[in-house]
Design a protein around this ligand. Structure first.
Ligand code: FMN
Length: 337
């Protein structure tokens, strides 16, 4: 790892020793928290806020990712940041990976693909590499390709992803299978869940939904309200929005979103949706009107833990202080006090 990865971030205070992992110390992170690169949600402002709070902020270039969109978000970054790309978007936008490398981030992730040919040029540029994996075979493949860190992303997670395994069994299996650092993702959003994955051996967390609701995210106000109001049982895994919007997501990666009228009507009826133009146009109109009854709001099963719209610093503080308290007390089985 080059020494540039170990520069302290602005506003960084002392490392939180009860949560520090070998990986987070190597990156000089105060807390072992990476914000998941969430397309249309995790922009430069959120990345800057997460880095300033002691984690590693990431800019997400999702389905609508482009060189121009990346440049816009880069203007809002301060301190260290990472960039997350979607494999099929990167393939359709030939300049995107080069632009990401040229921005000299600490970390680049590419997910949702099968080719790992991007790993070598990114590493050759002195940038750390990450990818999300859903089973042991993928984790081993990524390690063999030279990846620096794998993200074990369980089915509980928000947004797109395979739904093969839940976060804890996946984390267990991946930790057993590879020697590279492993970040845990999917349904994490409390001191208890952070403590659980760190105690299991994760090098950190890759936090999506909880940071999506923060005031610095690009999420619309009604999307943020919907996250706050939702319960953990209010999510569904669906391809309905991707079909309605004509997005070429591989079928293996449906999205976990908040249930709404549209998902209730069309999940399980995707073939009919393909030929129903009016239904498909409903989604575009709902997105334009910021209407969460028919627009997609990506969310993991940890969404029930979100009770208010607050800053990324506050979310990270609450989750990390909760985890630190749990990890430093004797096990009593009585739950957090
Ligand atoms: C709003 C939202 C958008 C997302 N967009 C992306 C993306 O563009 N690229 C990506 O690699 N992962 C994306 N994800 C998935 C995250 O990387 C991660 O797997 C997930 O957020 C972890 O689960 P959690 O949401 O329960 O924390 C997204 C997740 C959410 C919630």
């Amino acid at each position: 790892m080059s020494s540039s990865h170990a520069q302290p971030s602005p506003g960084e205070q002392a490392i939180e020793p009860r949560l520090a992992t070998e990986w987070s110390r190597a990156l000089n992170l105060r807390v072992p928290v990476v914000n998941a690169p969430m397309g249309g949600v995790a922009g430069g402002r959120l990345a800057a806020a997460v880095t300033s709070a002691g984690g590693l902020g990431m800019i997400g270039m999702g389905s609508a990712g482009s060189v121009a969109a990346l440049c816009t978000e880069l203007e809002h970054t301060t301190g260290r940041f990472g960039i997350g790309l979607v494999d099929w978007v990167m393939a359709a936008e030939p300049g995107l990976l080069d632009a990401a490398i040229a921005a000299a981030p600490t970390l680049i992730s590419v997910s949702f693909g099968t080719s790992l040919s991007w790993v070598e040029p990114v590493r050759d540029s002195g940038i750390l590499t990450a990818t999300q994996v859903y089973n042991v075979a993928e984790a081993r493949r990524a390690q063999d390709a030279g990846i620096d860190v794998v993200v074990a992303r369980g089915a509980e997670g928000g947004g797109h992803g395979a739904t093969e395994m839940a976060t804890l069994p996946l984390l267990d299996a991946v930790l057993d299978a590879v020697s590279v650092p492993v970040l845990a993702a999917g349904g994490i959003g409390s001191g208890a869940s952070l403590a659980a994955v760190l105690a299991a051996g994760a090098s950190g967390v890759w936090l999506g939904t909880h940071l999506a609701a923060c005031s610095e995210s690009l999420l619309s106000d009604s999307g943020r309200r919907a996250l706050i109001e939702a319960d953990g049982t209010d999510t569904i895994v669906t391809r309905a929005f991707d079909i309605a919007m004509g997005l070429p997501w591989p079928t293996r990666f449906p999205a976990r979103v908040l249930r709404n009228e549209f998902t209730d009507r069309w999940t399980g009826h995707e073939d009919a949706l393909r030929t129903d133009r009016a239904a498909r146009e409903k989604v575009t109109a709902a997105i334009d009107a910021d209407d969460p009854s028919a627009a997609p709001v990506d969310a993991g099963q940890g969404v029930g833990m979100i009770t208010t719209a607050t800053s990324a610093a506050q979310v990270i503080h609450e989750i990390c202080s909760g985890a630190a308290a749990l990890l430093s007390r004797p096990i009593s089985g009585s739950g957090p006090t």
